[in-house]
Design a protein around this ligand. Structure first.
Ligand code: 2BA
Length: 117
């Protein structure tokens, strides 16, 4: 990824399940893609997930998306009812609920400038 061609640089932000993070990072490294991973927390489940920042030339975006797709499996999670006492009224629900998580939630962002100093 060159600094001169910064108008074609993209940033992929991918939120994935913790269990998929290791394999995804291995595969990105194997293919020489640079990535940073962060421990994050989902706003709805309030559970840990992992967020990847992957800077790349536009021409490699499809390949990276394929790697993410192949390494991040969608899962179903049943969440227990929440008490209105322990939680705010907005997030109160009185019955177990099935929630589908991921494979991955992905944002692709145009990068204005890419510098290494
Ligand atoms: P959470 O916010 O913990 O959400 C986990 C899963 O719960 C979501 O899976 C979705 O299926 C469900 N969910 C979220 N909000 C809900 C609601 N208000 N009612 C019913 N079900 C709800 P995913 O959509 O695969 O999202 C996985 C994680 O990706 C999220 O964890 C959050 O950390 C992130 N995420 C998803 N959409 C996002 C967005 N628009 N902006 C930023 N982060 C996002």
């Amino acid at each position: 990824m060159s600094e001169e061609k910064s108008e074609t640089v993209k940033m992929i932000v991918a939120i994935v399940h913790d269990h998929d993070a290791h394999n995804l990072m291995e595969e990105l490294n194997n293919k020489d893609f640079k990535a940073t991973k962060m421990a994050t927390t989902g706003g709805f489940l309030r559970e840990g997930n992992t967020t990847f920042m992957i800077g790349s030339d536009e021409e490699h975006i499809e390949e990276i998306l394929e790697i993410i797709k192949n390494n991040c499996k969608a899962r179903k999670k049943t969440i227990a009812p929440m008490s209105p006492v322990a939680n705010s009224m907005e997030s109160y629900y009185s019955f177990p609920m099935d929630v589908k998580i991921g494979g991955a939630t992905v944002f692709i962002i145009d990068v204005e400038q890419f510098l290494k100093m």
